[in-house]
Design a protein around this ligand. Structure first.
Ligand code: SAH
Ligand code: SF4
Length: 349
């Protein structure tokens, strides 16, 4: 995509597009490969670093393209040292969050796909800020490269990527999917597809489309309620794509891909942590390839709900166990720095 100053964001281009661009400049294909390696292997931040390129090519790149390296506006590190969140400033001064989670040998990036979100889930800091704009492919890719650079300096590698930061990935479908393809490209970020998780609030046409892509990534769906009456309130998108409709498409997704779906459930005290909701969830999931991920609510400024008590969580889990529904309780890693979606940005206003 061209930016306001008409220079091309190099991270927006896939390899064939980069080759095509360089071909119009009369440059051989091998030079495109060299540029590509500087971008994704050597993680260059400036054209000056690209010392293996002929000077004429470097000059042309400087004149007509750019490497929009995000500027770190704020950083929060959890006291346990496992989670770090950066607020990144984009070329137009908009801001997005990217989180690095370190856990044993794992290094996971949690990245954003939009500035803000149209979906308006009341408990979510991103939902509370409303929608600002979509991110470009380049801006999504740049978040991962930002963390890869920092890890490379420590001789570490990024092992996983989750699209669970700000925004709804399936409402920014084209740029998000192109970014995912860049992340899994063996000559680009090279993250194995099974280590990439896309989380959606349940955009039915997007899930249907995703099922037809030849991508072995993981799908997570933010369910949070198992009755339409409750989900309409917690996840307003449910009014458009109610549960029966959502589960029809999830059934088709698992049949088509052979992969199970991860169902996210933010535990909110007295709201969706009741045995009745647990039973309704178990009923919905009977016989389905699914795994439930329970997450304790992170408090946000504009939502009065509180995280569930341990006893409510235990009772909820007991219902799932009786129905043999696989589940995990996600660690509250990052809670101390409000690593929940959109929370650093909203504090920085
Ligand atoms: N829009 C997508 C992806 C971004 S949100 C989606 O909704 O799935 C990523 C996850 O963070 C979602 O499961 C979302 O429900 C959860 N989340 C949002 N606000 C939260 C909060 N305050 N506490 C805990 N989890 C939250
Ligand atoms: Fe958007 Fe996801 Fe937040 Fe809902 S939870 S408002 S879909 S980012």
């Amino acid at each position: 995509m061209m930016t306001a100053d008409q220079r091309i964001d190099l991270y927006d281009l896939d390899l064939p597009s980069l080759e095509a661009l360089l071909a119009t400049w009369g440059q051989p294909r091998a030079h495109a490969r060299l540029v590509w390696d500087w971008l994704y292997r050597r993680l260059a931040t400036e054209f000056d670093q690209m010392t293996t390129l002929p000077p004429s090519l470097r000059e042309r790149l400087v004149a007509e393209t750019m490497l929009p390296i995000p500027h770190v506006l704020a950083r929060q590190e959890a006291p346990d040292g496992e989670t770090r969140k950066d607020l990144l400033q984009l070329a137009d001064s908009r801001q997005v969050e990217v989180v690095l989670l370190r856990y044993r040998q794992r290094r996971s990036a949690c990245i954003s796909t939009q500035v803000g979100c149209t979906c308006g889930c009341p408990f979510c800091a991103t939902g509370q800020m409303g929608f600002v704009r979509h991110l470009t492919t380049g801006e999504i890719v740049a978040q991962v490269l930002h963390l890869q650079r920092e890890l490379a300096a420590q001789h570490r590698q990024l092992s996983n990527v989750v699209l669970m930061g700000m925004g709804e990935p399936l409402l920014n479908y084209g740029p998000t999917l192109e970014a995912v393809r860049r992340l899994i490209h063996p000559r680009a970020a090279g993250i194995p597809p099974r280590r990439i998780t896309l989380s959606t609030v349940g955009i039915v046409p997007g899930i249907r489309r995703l099922a037809d892509e030849d991508l072995a990534i993981k799908l997570a769906v933010s369910l949070h309620a198992a009755t339409d009456e409750l989900r309409d309130r917690l996840v307003p998108v449910n009014r458009r794509y109610p549960l029966d409709h959502l589960f029809d498409v999830l059934g088709a997704y698992t049949a088509r891909t052979g992969r199970r779906v991860l169902l996210e459930w933010v535990m909110i005290d007295g709201v969706n942590d009741t045995p009745e909701q647990a039973q309704a969830l178990a009923d919905r999931l009977a016989g389905m390839l699914a795994h439930v991920n329970l997450i304790r609510l992170n408090a946000t400024a504009d939502y009065a709900g509180r995280p569930s008590t341990t006893s409510a969580i235990e009772a909820f889990i007991a219902v799932l166990d009786r129905a043999h529904i696989p589940h995990t309780m996600r660690q509250r890693r990052g809670a101390a720095i409000s690593a929940g979606c959109g929370q650093l940005r909203s504090r920085f206003r």
